[in-house]
Design a protein around this ligand. Structure first.
Ligand code: XMP
Length: 507
């Protein structure tokens, strides 16, 4: 990203850090997330056009709260401090922060009290506030620019020092003109130039891959998830004919999924190897009921199968579907991070490979999906919901058998087909086959069959979720179809538990 304007987002633990960095990129400027305590001298080397300080769940007076290098504020680089970032700047420069009598949470009306470049062509309007501490005295040289009923200093600035502070969150949709405020900070305050686009970075990445890999083969473990699928598509264009995608079919995929994955890569200029290892996995899982044991067995077997298959290709490179949030979450923004194969297990011994290639390492998930669309991957693959590495094994409670997997596949297919037909959007939706059998009645016969649970959740980050409200009409139709069409199920129940306390998956 040489010669292009960039923005550094300093992370103080705020849940919206990725949203800030993504918004900056959407506005056409490259952004990177670095730890909050990144030193001024490091930032001088990076020479960003602007710095944004994120929010965070701390109080500046906590001993353990993240601190910043005060010198950063003397570099002359424009700074935007958000929420905790605002409080930290004020605290660092001699202002005063206090716990407010009433915290402010939710959408609040703001009044602009001084013209500010940040509010150019917008009113501050409705903003999302989420804080208990607040700034009660600004450092010297700062003036208030907006207020709310409960927060007399909702934003402030020191134009001479190029420091802008907002107690609210401009990065979220609920701040009506938030994106415009960030654009104002980038372009009107910092004079940044647009230069970033996913397409441009993709082209550069592909050149880098070409020069690194030369004529060697690149091997990729392809699970059919978004990250590995897009990695395959990027590699195919970068080094056509040199890519080997190994798809380990462990038999724990959903209905038709293995075939759909194979179909998506048919006709592409790469070698697609489907290893039909279903029986191997089933054999290993026989009699196993403990969820952790199941995961471990599947992980170990996956690595074994992948090793066996990949060793047929001699000296080659290994590709990984690591994406930018994996790099950030590992806390090692600058060091090598290796994502395990969709958490299925470990990695094959990397030393065996000439090197690791990670074409998506700099991209956010929505950018990865955009790449997938640009590279003509089927919409179903690009928009795929997360699916656990151990697949249906963690959705088939207790011992796994081929018969139970088949029942689960059919029920799951009906559920998701009906949700799609009713246009009910959820971030993850699936069936869980419980080991409980209950009595039912079918015509003149008593039955004694399994109970299946429906689970559909709404979530932004998969760390927390709430149950999706499915119209009762849809639940009834799904239930009726499942008990009538899927042999082996006598009863359907609905899981409406949020996370916490429940997890999204049952195992
Ligand atoms: P939980 O069940 O912990 O799941 O609330 C959170 C998210 O992670 C997915 N998940 C997995 N993904 N390998 C994965 O790649 C796994 O072993 C795994 N287990 C859970 C889950 O589907 C949800 O999206």
């Amino acid at each position: 990203m040489k010669n292009e304007d960039k923005v550094v987002v300093l992370d103080f633990g705020g849940q919206y850090k990725e949203l800030i960095a993504r918004t900056v990129r959407e506005l056409g400027v490259y952004s990177e997330i670095l730890p909050g305590n990144t030193t001024a001298s490091r930032l001088k080397e990076i020479a960003p056009k602007a710095i944004i300080l994120t929010g965070g769940p701390y109080s500046v007076y906590d001993e353990t709260s993240p601190k910043m290098d005060a010198e950063v504020l003397q570099l002359g680089i424009p700074v935007l401090g958000i929420c905790y970032g605002m409080q930290l700047v004020c605290h660092t420069l001699g202002g005063r922060v206090e716990a407010a009598e009433t915290g402010e949470y939710g959408t609040v009306r703001t009044t602009v009290v001084k013209d500010s470049l940040l509010f150019k062509e917008v009113n501050a309007g409705d903003v999302l506030m989420s804080h208990s501490d607040r700034v009660v005295r600004l450092p010297e040289g700062f003036v208030v620019t907006s207020q709310t009923a409960d927060c007399p200093i909702a934003s402030a600035e020191n134009v001479d020092k190029n420091i802008y502070l907002v107690q609210f969150h401009p990065e979220v949709n609920r701040t009506r003109y938030g994106k415009k405020m960030i654009a104002n900070f980038l372009f009107a305050v910092s004079g940044a130039k647009k230069g970033y686009s996913v397409r441009k970075v993709l082209q550069r990445q592909q050149q880098l891959i070409r020069s690194r890999v030369g004529n060697d083969t690149v091997i990729l473990g392809l699970s059919g998830g978004v990250d590995s699928s897009v990695t395959a598509a990027v590699l195919e264009k970068a080094v056509p004919g040199q890519v080997v995608c190994i798809f380990v079919d462990h038999g724990l995929m959903r209905k038709n999924e293995g075939d759909e994955i194979e179909q998506a890569f048919k006709g592409k200029n790469l070698r697609f190897v489907r290893v039909n290892a279903q029986q191997r996995f089933l054999e290993k899982l026989k009699g196993v009921t403990d969820p952790e044991c199941k995961r471990k067995i599947i992980g170990a077997e996956f690595v074994k199968v992948f090793e066996e298959e990949s060793s047929k290709y001699g000296e080659c490179f290994l590709a990984q579907g690591t994406i930018y949030p994996d790099v950030i979450e590992s806390g090692a923004n600058n060091s090598a991070v290796i994502k395990s194969h969709h958490n299925v297990g470990g990695l094959p011994k990397e030393t065996r490979f000439k090197g690791i290639v990670e074409p998506l390492r700099g991209f956010f998930k929505d950018e990865v999906r955009k790449l997938g669309r640009m590279l003509d991957l089927p919409a179903k693959l690009v928009n795929r919901q997360p699916f656990p590495g151990p697949g249906l094994a963690v959705r088939c409670i207790g011992e796994i058998t081929e018969e139970k997997l088949e029942i689960l596949r059919e029920a799951d297919y009906i559920f998701n087909t009906e949700l799609a037909a009713a246009k009910v959007h959820s971030d993850q939706s699936f069936c869980v086959l419980t080991p409980i059998k209950t009595v039912g009645v079918m015509g003149d016969y008593r039955t004694y069959d399994y109970v299946v649970a429906l689970r559909a959740v709404l979530t932004n980050d998969f760390m927390t979720c709430e149950a999706q409200e499915i119209p009762y009409k849809v639940v009834r139709k799904v239930t009726s179809r499942i008990v009538n069409e899927v042999k082996g199920i006598s009863r359907v129940v609905l899981d409406v538990t949020g996370k916490p306390p429940a997890t999204i998956e049952w195992e």
